[in-house]
Design a protein. Structure first.
Length: 140
């Protein structure tokens, strides 16, 4: 599969290349740093009154807030804060903004452990890219 097989001709001019491992690592770090204060604030407010199971509460809260963050930003703009800072975005196979179902699949599958190892396959795509039929690309 080549870019010619995937993207429309008018979109190819806007795309400089498919994101690599280092781009995706930057996205992850920036998004994690963006979410950290929000998660910490919610966690410390809840944990004041809950003494048992606070670790589980934090993990559930982290999953919910992270899922909402990724879903909302990728559905409405194709970009999370990390992607915005790195001039990249999520697109579908036609080069358009992903549809509701594609972003939902990406969001749910994103949290499967070790799925990031697929990034070493052709085109540096992860499991949530394959299942959601999406690409993360650098844009001009």
């Amino acid at each position: 599969m080549t870019l010619d097989d995937v993207f429309l001709p008018e979109e190819k001019g806007k795309i400089t290349f498919i994101c690599n491992f280092w781009d995706r690592l930057r996205h992850l770090v920036i998004d994690a740093l963006f979410l950290l204060p929000i998660n910490a604030l919610v966690y410390f407010n809840f944990s004041k009154s809950i003494f048992t199971g606070a670790g589980y509460l934090f993990m559930i809260q982290l999953f919910i807030l992270s899922s909402l963050y990724y879903f909302f930003f990728e559905f409405y703009s194709g970009r999370t804060f990390g992607k915005l800072m790195n001039k990249t975005k999520v697109i579908d196979n036609e080069g358009n903004r992903p549809k509701f179902k594609q972003v939902l699949l990406r969001t749910l599958i994103r949290f499967i452990p070790f799925q990031f190892l697929m990034i070493f396959l052709p085109y540096n795509r992860t499991l949530h890219d394959y299942v959601g039929k999406t690409w993360v690309v650098r844009i001009k």
